[in-house]
Design a protein around this ligand. Structure first.
Ligand code: ADE
Ligand code: ZN
Length: 342
């Protein structure tokens, strides 16, 4: 029988939760630092990797924002995107909806346009080289004031035809979604899709707020929604997509062991969960590694894996026609494999 590894790598899939700045590998960090003559507080790649021991989200964010300081030019952002797409294409992804954090860069003096043009160039080249399509999602940093989110949205106006949606990321606890009601209302009026990180470290109330105050189309993470049965019913009834990130959850101590990861429970509760990598350079694995880790540790069936692959497309912002084409490709892959389970 085909191995689990081969089944997963051949399964058409989309990635819906990927911070492009979180794909910065330590080797690239040094290469960009050298190219741009930026000083780093690390002596070697090994030093950087040794610093990747996190006990909560904020430990990671401190290092992640520091790492991004090596990115200065349009070429840097294009190279960063292209390196990520090469890896995710090798993992069998056919579509990606990637986040970027413009305030991390504009806050240190880079023009919004340098970041957006560089990423868009990398995305277009990736589609030419590997046939992987992609959409860009602009994330507001929630530890900064809402007025700065609104100013960032205004800077994005010339790019509105190339930005699919807005998201909300960074430190969650103490920064509830309701603080960004005006920014989300403005984004909705501009026809953008809406997503928000909620329920990664924050309580179920933050997931309710993302739904009811911001009116999101997807919830990023959503793990802690499982603490509230009424919220689970609501998410299931609405068919709300959750972009779940297993290796991230392990590295940031949202779960203590992957065998206790809630992904399988989410599926069994009728929730529309998907598998994603979040910040793969920091959390020990790209999309394929996340799929393989949960498939093995949670003993997912091939039916579960097919459901997860279809969820990744039906939960995407692709057009209905494109979704039909991708889910048919998932069915075709499943039909070519034997049916006696992993
Ligand atoms: N920014 C990058 N990764 C993040 C995560 N997992 N949660 C919140 N903000 C982030
Ligand atoms: Zn994230």
């Amino acid at each position: 029988m085909e191995t689990l590894d081969a089944f997963i790598s051949g399964l058409p899939k989309a990635e819906l939760h990927l911070h492009i700045e979180g794909s910065l590998e330590p080797e690239q960090m040094f290469a960009f630092a050298r190219r741009n003559k930026v000083a780093l507080p690390f002596r070697s790649v090994e030093d950087v990797r040794a610093a990747y021991a996190f006990s909560r989200l904020q430990d990671f964010l401190d290092i992640y924002y520091q790492g991004a300081s090596v990115l200065l030019t349009e070429e840097d952002f294009a190279d960063l995107a292209l390196a990520y797409f090469e890896r995710v294409a090798a993992d069998g992804a056919s579509h990606v909806e990637l986040f970027f954090d413009p305030q991390t860069h504009t806050g240190r003096g880079l023009p919004f346009q340098v970041v957006a043009d560089g990423l868009l160039a990398g995305m277009a080249e990736a589609e030419r080289r590997w046939g992987v399509t992609s959409k860009l999602i602009l994330c507001f940093l929630r530890h900064l004031p809402e007025d700065e989110a609104l100013a960032t949205l205004a800077e994005a106006e010339p790019f509105l035809d190339r930005i699919a949606g807005v998201g909300l990321d960074s430190s969650e606890v103490g920064f509830p979604p309701a603080g960004f009601q005006r920014a989300y209302k403005a984004a909705r009026e501009w026809g953008l899709k809406l997503v928000a990180h909620a329920g990664e470290e924050g309580p179920p109330e933050y997931v309710w707020e993302a739904l009811d105050v911001l009116g999101v189309d997807r919830i990023d993470h959503g793990n802690r929604a499982l603490e509230d049965p009424a919220l689970v019913s609501r998410l299931a009834r609405d068919g709300m997509t959750l972009t779940v990130c297993p290796l991230s959850n392990l590295k940031l101590c949202v779960v203590d062991d992957l065998t206790r990861h809630p992904l399988k429970r989410m599926l069994d509760l009728g929730l529309k969960a998907t598998i994603n990598s979040d910040d793969p350079a920091y959390f020990g694995g790209y999309l394929g590694a996340n799929w393989l880790a949960v498939a093995e540790k949670l003993a997912l069936s091939r039916e579960d894996l097919v459901t997860l692959a279809k969820n990744s497309f039906t939960g995407s912002f692709l057009s209905p026609d494109e979704i039909v084409r991708h889910t048919a490709a998932v069915d075709a892959h499943a039909a070519t494999t034997r049916e006696d389970g992993p």
